[in-house]
Design a protein around this ligand. Structure first.
Ligand code: PLP
Length: 403
C-alpha cells in the first residue's frame, strides 16, 4: 500500500496537543471532568479580553471581512514599530510581519531560512514548535543545554561546542517556556557574542516579555545586539490574554544588506498565506499603546503571581519533587527525583495520571528534554483548582514511588 504521510513529518512532534490530549478528549466524551493543565491559554481559565482591545476589534469587525495587506495592517505594524522603539529595538514597518499568532511566523521564518541539513540551535527544554518547525523545514534541530542547577540558564560552552559549518541560526526563548527563566543582560551578551562570531541569525521568542515576577526585568535580545540580524517574536496570546484572536508579530532588526533574499523570501511566504486574521489585528494598537493591564496580574496580590506562588509551594512539598521558581511566563517545570520516582516512560506516566486522577499535564520529553524526569504544568488555573490538581498529583505520585 502507498504510504501517504510526507516524510517531512517524520521528525515533527508536538506533544502539548498530542496523544495525551486525545485520551483526555475520549475521557471527557465518557463524562469525566478533566482539569487540563497542558496549554497556556488564559481564556480557558477565566482571564478576560482587556476591554480596550475588545472595543477596537468590535468597532472594526464589520469592515474587517476582506483580505488585508499580506504583511499586516499598517496601523498594527506602526504600533509594533513604536512599541519596539520603547524597548530599544529599531525596526520599520517594512520589516514587521503580522501573523496568525507567533506560531505561523515561526514556521515561515524557518521555511524561508533552511535547506535540508542546515542546523539551528534550539534550547532544551524548548517550546516544541521551534524544534518541529526546524524539522518540518528540512533542518536539523540541535539542542543546547539549559542548566537546571544554574536556574535553567543556557550553557554557553555547550552552545559553542555544537556549532558546525551547517549552523545557521540560534533560537532564544526569553522568558522561557517551559522553565520560566528570565535571562540577564550578561547572559544575552554571551549568547549574542556567539552569534556574532559564528555569523548566526538570532531568533528571539519574547512572547512572555511582560509576564515577569518579583524583580525580574526583561531585555530584548535585539536591544543588546543591534548590530546583529535578529528576528524578534511577540504577540497578543499571553501578555494580552487573547490567544484565540491569533495575532503575533515578527520584527526584523539589525543589518539587512546580506539578508535581502531571505527577507524577499519571507515576503513571498507572507503573500502566499494572503494575510493574517484581520479582526484580531485591529486590537494591536490598543494593546501596545495603552496601560499594560498584565501588571495587575503579576505584581504582588495579582492573580498570576499568587497562582505561581501557590503552585510552586505545593508542588515542592511533595517528596522527591523540586522546581526552580519561575521568574516569568505561565508554567512550572518540576523535576521528579529519579531515585524516588524511577520513571522510564514519562508519556506513560502522564497518561496514568490522566486516567487515574483526571489531571492533564505534559511530559518533559515533550519539550525536547532528554530525560524522563520532568513535567510541565500551567499556573493559569485558580488557586482552588491548583490546590485540587496538585493534591491529586501528589496522591498519584505516591503510587509511583520506589519502595
Ligand atoms: N512561543 C512560545 C514560547 C509559546 O509558549 C507559544 C505558545 O504557547 C508561542 C510561541 C505561540 O504563540 P501564538 O499563540 O502567538 O501562536
Amino acid at each position: 500500500m502507498q504510504v501517504i504521510q510526507s516524510s517531512k513529518l517524520a521528525n515533527v512532534c508536538y506533544e502539548i496537543r498530542g496523544p495525551v490530549l486525545e485520551e483526555a478528549t475520549r475521557l471527557e466524551a465518557a463524562g469525566h471532568r478533566i482539569l487540563k493543565l497542558n496549554t497556556g491559554n488564559p481564556a480557558a481559565f477565566g482571564f478576560e479580553c482587556p476591554p480596550e482591545i475588545l472595543e477596537d476589534i468590535l468597532r472594526n469587525v464589520g469592515s474587517a471581512h476582506g483580505y488585508g495587506d499580506a504583511k499586516g495592517l499598517l496601523a498594527a505594524r506602526r504600533a509594533v514599530v513604536m512599541h519596539n522603539q520603547t524597548l530599544g529595538i529599531e525596526t520599520d514597518v517594512e520589516h514587521v510581519f503580522v501573523g496568525n499568532g507567533v506560531s505561523e511566523l515561526i514556521v515561515m521564518a524557518m521555511q524561508g531560512l533552511l535547506d535540508n541539513g542546515d542546523e539551528v540551535l534550539v534550547p532544551a527544554p524548548d517550546y516544541p514548535l521551534w524544534t518541529a518547525a526546524v524539522a518540518l523545514s528540512g533542518g536539523t534541530p540541535v539542542h543546547y543545554v539549559c542548566d537546571e542547577q544554574a536556574d535553567w540558564m543556557p550553557d554557553l560552552a555547550d552552545i559553542e561546542a555544537k556549532i558546525t559549518d551547517r549552523t545557521k541560526a540560534i533560537v532564544i526563548i526569553n522568558p522561557n517556556n517551559p522553565t520560566g527563566a528570565v535571562y540577564s543582560d550578561d547572559l544575552l551578551r554571551g549568547l549574542t557574542d556567539i552569534a556574532r562570531r559564528h555569523n548566526l541569525l538570532v531568533c528571539s521568542d519574547e512572547i512572555y516579555d511582560k509576564i515577569l515576577y518579583e524583580d525580574a526585568t526583561h531585555t530584548p535580545t535585539a536591544a543588546i545586539a543591534p548590530d546583529l540580524l535578529t528576528l524578534t517574536f511577540n504577540g497578543m496570546s499571553k501578555s494580552y490574554r487573547v490567544a484565540g484572536y491569533r495575532v503575533g508579530w515578527m520584527s526584523i532588526s539589525g543589518p539587512k544588506a546580506h539578508a535581502d533574499s531571505y527577507i524577499e523570501g519571507l515576503n513571498i511566504l507572507a503573500n502566499m498565506r494572503l494575510c493574517a486574521n484581520m479582526p484580531g489585528q485591529h486590537g494591536v494598537v490598543a494593546a501596545l499603546s495603552g496601560r499594560q493591564s498584565i501588571q495587575d496580574l503579576v505584581l504582588p496580590g495579582g492573580r498570576l503571581r499568587e497562582q505561581r506562588d501557590v503552585a510552586h509551594e505545593l508542588l515542592t512539598r511533595i517528596p522527591g519533587v523540586s522546581c526552580v521558581k519561575p521568574k516569568g511566563a505561565l508554567y512550572l517545570f518540576p523535576r521528579l527525583d529519579p531515585k524516588v520516582y524511577p520513571i522510564k516512560d514519562d508519556r506513560r506516566m502522564v497518561l496514568d495520571l490522566l486516567r487515574r486522577e483526571k489531571i492533564m499535564v505534559v511530559q518533559g520529553t515533550g519539550f525536547n528534554w532528554p530525560d524522563t524526569d520532568h513535567f510541565r504544568i500551567v499556573t493559569l488555573p485558580s488557586v482552588t483548582d491548583l490546590r485540587d490538581a496538585i493534591g491529586r498529583i501528589g496522591r498519584f505520585l505516591e503510587t509511583y514511588r520506589q519502595n
